[in-house]
Design a binder for this molecule. Structure first.
Ligand code: PMP
Length: 439
């Protein structure tokens, strides 16, 4: 199949997160991937500036992961994990627990970020009920939060486009404001100075509903899908304090920040703030086999074990702890732990930050935000056509051999952690050229 294939050849695939009605062009088709490059169906090399969809921290076709998955599929293609299991599922859970520095002691497997989020929200509700605190049912998310596409995730999520066509969603959900402020914080490197006080909005919601009705707050430590919103200094710590004070569970959605994106294993390490639960996916298996996991503090699990209510968590997926995903996860962890990946990421993070911020002053650029190996480059919108300018940049970038991602008028970059300085030069050099020619 080539990009010139007739529409009939391509028409059966209802493309996700695509405005299919307006999508008249031939889809860009990727054919293979190795290291930090894709090849398209015409054999053109494309530098992966987004680690797939944030999910390939270790680079593509990583030989140890490929072998681990091949060996596993030949040995054990599927095994149920309801009331039973297979050794790799238990081994991976133990290894993940250790990778959190034993801060989290239970691992619940899912198959995606969306499933991790809905799992964590259900755990929060059941946890309070198990403790005889069943009035705690309200869930709190944030404006501009993205938590996947399950009904729980879109309900606590703060993206109108993802919510508006699906009815009433979950009831009993509130949203805190987002923390993005162009006037106060434009061109910040790392965490912005202004905005930590916005965590106190939780007090407002508590005052409105009473803490006895609130189950959990969920936030992305760094919001990715809505354009790289970095938490202001003090914000996450304050949120933790307030949740503890009011008996509300704090969930960090680390689907993109987990597994090294900020140069630490998890964002909770980077920000030194411990949530009660962490949702993960993506980098857990280097994107090779779909898998997610929720990391849970012991005290949450204990509520189900110890309280006289006897409430259990009846929840799980056919593919929870799939052998191929476990094999990919174990191989990925081996690489994280043995191949100096985070040290390498730390070593290039400063170069990355400087390179991205060198785009300041180019036409249409109104903000640049960086943290770890993430960058958001915000462009001025074309009047009446939000997102059009950045999407033009995406198309041009693909033609020029770099993969970037756009969300609204923000270019989001999240390269594989194994990028070298030469790859940063190639990505930012080409992007700079594109920004200079955009209408
Ligand atoms: N949460 C966050 C923070 C995400 O960024 C994403 C995906 N980008 C999800 C949840 C949903 O993950 P998935 O697409 O695997 O369901």
């Amino acid at each position: 199949m080539t990009p010139n294939s007739s529409p009939a050849d391509l028409s059966a695939f209802w493309m996700p997160f695509t405005a299919n009605r307006d999508f008249k062009e031939a889809p860009r088709l990727l054919a293979s991937a190795s290291g930090v490059y894709y090849k398209d169906v015409n054999g053109r090399q494309i530098l992966d500036g987004t680690a797939g969809l944030w999910c390939v921290p270790l680079g593509h076709a990583q030989p140890k992961i490929v072998k681990a998955v091949q060996d596993m599929v030949a040995k054990l293609d599927f095994a149920p994990t309801f009331q039973m299991g297979h050794p790799a599922a238990f081994e991976l859970a133990e290894r993940l627990k250790q990778y959190t520095n034993n801060r989290f002691s239970k691992v619940f497997y899912t198959n995606s970020g969306s499933e991790s989020v809905d799992t964590a929200l259900k755990m929060a509700l059941a946890y309070h009920r198990a403790r005889g605190d069943g009035t705690r049912t309200r869930l709190i998310g944030r404006e501009r939060g993205y938590h996947g596409v399950g009904f729980g995730g879109i309900s606590v999520g703060g993206i109108s486009g993802n919510r508006k066509t699906f009815g009433s969603l979950l009831t009993g959900v509130d949203h805190m404001p987002h923390t993005h402020n162009l006037e106060k914080n434009a061109y910040t490197k790392g965490q912005p100075e202004w905005g930590g006080h916005l965590a106190d909005e939780l007090e407002r919601i508590v005052a409105l509903h009473d803490a006895s009705n609130i189950a959990a707050v969920i936030v992305e430590p760094v919001a990715g899908s809505t354009g790289i919103l970095v938490p202001p200094k003090g914000y996450l710590k304050r949120l933790r304090e307030l949740c503890t004070k009011h008996g509300i569970l704090l969930i960090f959605d680390e689907v993109i920040t987990g597994f090294g994106r900020l140069t630490t294993p998890f964002a909770f390490d980077y920000f030194d703030v411990e949530p009660d639960m962490v949702t993960t996916a993506k980098g857990l298996t280097n994107g090779v086999v779909p898998m997610g996991a929720v990391f849970v503090k012991q005290h949450i699990y204990d509520a189900f074990m110890d309280w006289p209510t006897g409430i259990e968590l009846f929840h799980g997926y056919t593919y929870s702890g799939h052998p191929l995903a476990c094999a990919a996860g174990l191989a990925s962890l081996d690489i994280f732990e043995n191949d100096g990946i985070l040290e390498h990421a730390k070593g290039i993070a400063g170069y990355w930050e400087d390179a991205v911020h060198s785009l300041k002053g180019l036409p249409h650029v109104v903000d640049i935000r960086t943290i770890g190996l993430i960058a958001g480059i915000e462009l001025a919108s074309i009047a009446g056509k939000p997102g059009a300018r950045a999407f033009d940049a995406f198309k041009q970038a693909f033609n020029d051999g770099i993969l970037i991602r756009t969300t609204g008028d923000i270019i989001a970059l999240s390269p594989p952690l194994v990028f070298e300085k030469s790859h940063i030069d190639e990505l930012i050099g080409k992007l700079s050229g594109i920004l200079q020619t955009l209408d």
